[in-house]
Design a binder for this molecule. Structure first.
Ligand code: ADP
Ligand code: X2W
Length: 300
């Protein structure tokens, strides 16, 4: 059996007014503050969800916050790879990226996926600007070396997977100070101009840290972090996270997500949340209401 949420026209005027009034303290508290939003590829699979996301981001900007969007696009890269007869391979949540895959990643993330988000935000009345790591020297990257768990001291070669060496936030700050909404692709560049594929969670976490963001909201395709029995964990501390890593509760795409969320929390981002991007207006519910939502990551 499926349950249908009421449409906005079915909600009574009084309830609508109450919901709006509830948002007031949050609008005041976050006015002028930076909110980094990681928009995962799995949360952008439906047109309806993409539209509600675009409208939510515009609303946040209009009420005086500074939303910065970092987008993913893992499933969209998989689709494009399928068309050329390739299948994605992931190690510790990172896509093994050979030269041909890197070309596809640049084409999908820096092109199609980013343009789609930028155009939707602009269509609904916002002013989005798409950036990749090379714009204004935003993300300097180097080859990532991943420790080989089966061979102590050894490393695994993931090809053109990058780690962040430095972020130059000048271009993002300049856009923020105007009416623009930056939409960032997770592609970094070395000093020699080599492009690197960086997991979008890592870029979002680091961006939140460097911009001294008030909030980091990671939107994905699951209600939050689950325990082994599939129960939602609403709140996690660094110590609890260590336990979940050690007993294998966290795997795949959740590994970089949790690591970057925790790093952001430790580096002073006040509130870090992993939420279900498949729920319409989940971003507004998380930021502007009392509703406890998804998993909150705490440094202590
Ligand atoms: N303990 C866990 N709780 C929730 N999700 C988990 C957990 N461990 C692994 N995952 C996986 O992580 C996925 C989210 O990561 P990913 O697919 O990379 O999403 P996104 O595209 O949003 O970055 C979930 O769909 C789930 O399959
Ligand atoms: C190195 C690495 O894994 N890069 C990711 C970049 C996109 C991404 O992170 O997309 P999601 O947020 O939708 O998972 C990839 O190639 O899939």
């Amino acid at each position: 059996m499926t349950t249908q949420s009421p449409s906005i026209s079915e909600i009574s005027p009084l309830l609508k007014a109450e919901i709006l009034a509830e948002a007031l303290p949050y609008i005041r508290a976050y006015h002028g503050k930076t909110i980094v939003i990681k928009y995962g590829g799995n949360a952008m699979v439906e047109e309806r969800l993409k539209e509600s996301f675009a409208r939510d981001v515009i609303l946040l900007k209009l009420v005086g916050m500074n939303p910065v969007v970092v987008h993913g696009g893992g499933p969209q890269i998989d689709e494009a790879l399928k068309k050329i007869g390739k299948t994605g391979t992931f190690i510790q949540g990172m896509r093994v990226t050979d030269e041909e895959t890197m070309e596809v990643v640049e084409w999908v993330l820096g092109g199609e996926v980013q343009q789609d988000i930028v155009m939707l935000i602009n269509h609904f009345g916002g002013q989005a600007v798409g950036l990749t790591g090379k714009d204004g020297g935003l993300i300097r990257a180097k080859k990532m070396l991943v420790a080989d768990e089966k061979n102590i001291g050894g490393t695994i070669d993931l090809g053109f997977v990058g780690e962040i060496e430095a972020i130059n936030p000048a271009v993002v700050k300049a856009l923020q100070d105007d009416a623009f909404i930056p939409v960032i692709s997770p592609i970094g560049f070395s000093e020699e101009g080599q492009a690197y594929n960086i997991n979008a969670d890592l870029v979002a976490g680091k961006m939140a840290e460097i911009l001294h963001a008030e909030k980091l909201v990671i939107m994905t395709n699951i209600p939050g972090v689950m325990d082994k029995s599939g129960k939602l964990l609403t709140d996690l501390t660094a110590r609890e996270i260590d336990g979940l890593f050690a007993d294998g509760t966290i795997s795949g795409g959740m590994l970089p997500k949790i690591s970057s969320a925790l790093d952001a929390a430790k580096s002073g981002v006040n509130s870090v949340h992993i939420i279900d991007g498949r729920i319409e207006h989940s971003l507004l519910l998380e930021i502007l209401t009392e509703q406890a939502f998804g998993t909150m990551i705490r440094s202590r």
